[in-house]
Design a binder for this molecule. Structure first.
Ligand SMILES: Cc1cc2nc3c(=O)[nH]c(=O)nc-3n(C[C@H](O)[C@H](O)[C@H](O)COP(=O)(O)OP(=O)(O)OC[C@H]3O[C@@H](n4cnc5c(N)ncnc54)[C@H](O)[C@@H]3O)c2cc1C
Length: 398
């Protein structure tokens, strides 16, 4: 036996599983095919939005409560403000639209407090945003944003100081459960562990049993950075991390972190990636044009030309809910993936819930809604794929 727990993929979720497991036991080992926090993974792009009032459903509230506490614990231990709640988080959405309705319903179910900001007050408090007719604001005072690379690298440092080991640039090719533990292989090397966790993000599909393949797809998400005309107006104290959804308009963004540009995303829906190795990391002309037009329309304080842009991968599931739990098909193997474009905010809560399960403790947050077996036990699935645009069918040959 080479150790107790192997974590395959030390990215957003894997680094948190490593940290939380290392507090409970020795023999915790991580493997990553890249250098952790690589800009080619879902960690890249500086920041992610954090919200407690969350439209995607009250089932996330336990994970979010744990996450808020643990992000702040990681920040205190590492001396870096990983979760920044200075400015809160703002949603601007059509008052009578589905988005605002779902957010209100799910926040009410979860008991999450938020403030409704009428249009006049919205214009006064957040003049950076150009409103559309019918827009209303929903302000989440416990929201904010996360510094992604710092989060992952500090969780790894905490884990290493507890005795965990991380093998960098060691991609795992296969997982073979057996009587004496679970064997994992990378090229001609192999190791055996009591338990193995798959947390390889968009790449997890290659390690999952084949019957899961039709229920997960990698998706390509775009980020763009625009120069602020007056950077002081876009600091976190005045310009909260935000989400906008009014009719066809969709956009999210974060306050300036470099004191000069503002990061935006969500303007184009994510599209399916057919081949992760050859995924287009650049934006197409049409993608740039759509982003520039949206900025002109909604954020006049930004120069409507993106000066930095990149596409990032995440794994989507059929019902846009993650996969968290033991894989009935592979004894001793646990999976945590498929966060469908929304996993960063809850990653450290997931890390804690997974560590509790791995060590036989009662889970503090309920993750039953994410059990991998749901695809096969007749549970109703919403088939939304998290708004992922399916890849066009490959044209017939000839
Ligand atoms: C552009 C963008 C914006 C987003 N915005 C938000 C947001 O505002 N708020 C929010 O909460 N969420 C957001 N998300 C979603 C969130 O970032 C992801 O759901 C989350 O980061 C996924 O984490 P992960 O651990 O599954 O994957 P990753 O963080 O990508 O980690 C996977 C790791 O596995 C490694 N790996 C891959 N294959 C192997 C292998 N065979 N062997 C070993 N290692 C391997 C990779 O190198 C990587 O380090 C966004 C996602 C993207 C891409």
């Amino acid at each position: 036996m080479d150790g107790k727990i192997a974590v395959i993929g030390v990215g957003t979720t894997g680094s948190m599983i490593l940290w939380r497991s290392s507090l409970r036991s020795g023999g915790v080992v991580g493997f990553d095919s890249l250098h952790p926090a690589s800009d080619n993974t879902a960690v890249g792009g500086d920041s992610r939005m954090f919200r407690m009032a969350y439209k995607e459903g009250s089932q996330y509230s336990g994970l979010l409560e744990d996450s808020e506490r643990l992000w702040n614990e990681l920040g205190a231990a590492s001396g870096v403000r990983i979760l920044d709640q200075t400015g809160g988080a703002l949603t601007i959405a059509a008052d009578n639209g589905d988005y605002a309705r779902s957010l209100r319903d799910s926040a009410a179910d979860a008991g999450a407090h938020f403030e409704i900001v009428p249009p006049d007050e919205l214009r006064r408090r957040f003049p950076q945003h150009q409103l559309l007719p019918g827009d209303v604001g929903l302000f989440d005072p416990r929201g904010g944003f996360l510094r992604t690379e710092s989060a992952v690298l500090n969780a790894i440092e905490q884990a290493e100081s507890n005795g965990a080991v991380v093998h960098k640039t060691r991609g795992i090719d296969s997982i073979v459960p057996g009587d004496g533990g679970v064997e994992i292989r990378s090229g001609d090397e192999s190791w055996t562990f009591e338990r193995v966790v798959i947390s390889a993000g968009a790449w997890s599909r290659d390690l999952l049993p084949s019957r899961y393949a039709e229920h997960v797809k990698p998706g390509r998400i775009l980020l763009t950075w625009f120069p602020a005309r007056k950077p002081a107006d876009f600091q976190n104290s005045q310009f909260p991390a935000f989400m906008r959804d009014s009719g066809d308009v969709h956009m999210w963004g974060a306050p300036t972190l470099d004191g000069h540009t503002v990061k935006l995303g969500g303007i184009r829906r994510p599209d399916e990636i057919v081949d992760l190795e050859s995924m287009n990391r650049e934006l197409t002309t049409a993608e740039f044009d759509a982003s520039h037009t949206a900025v002109e329309q909604l954020l006049p304080g930004l120069v409507p030309t993106a000066i930095r842009a990149k596409a990032y991968p995440d794994l989507y599931t059929r019902d846009a809910q993650p996969l968290i739990g033991w894989l009935p098909d592979l004894p001793g193997v646990y999976v945590t993936t498929g966060f469908s474009g929304k996993g960063f905010k809850m990653a450290v809560g997931v890390g804690e819930a997974v560590a509790q399960d791995l060590f036989g403790e009662k889970q503090s947050a309920n993750v039953d809604f994410a059990r991998p077996g749901r695809f096969f036990d007749g549970s109703p699935l919403d088939n939304s794929w998290g708004r992922l645009i399916p890849a066009s069918p490959v044209p017939a040959g000839g």
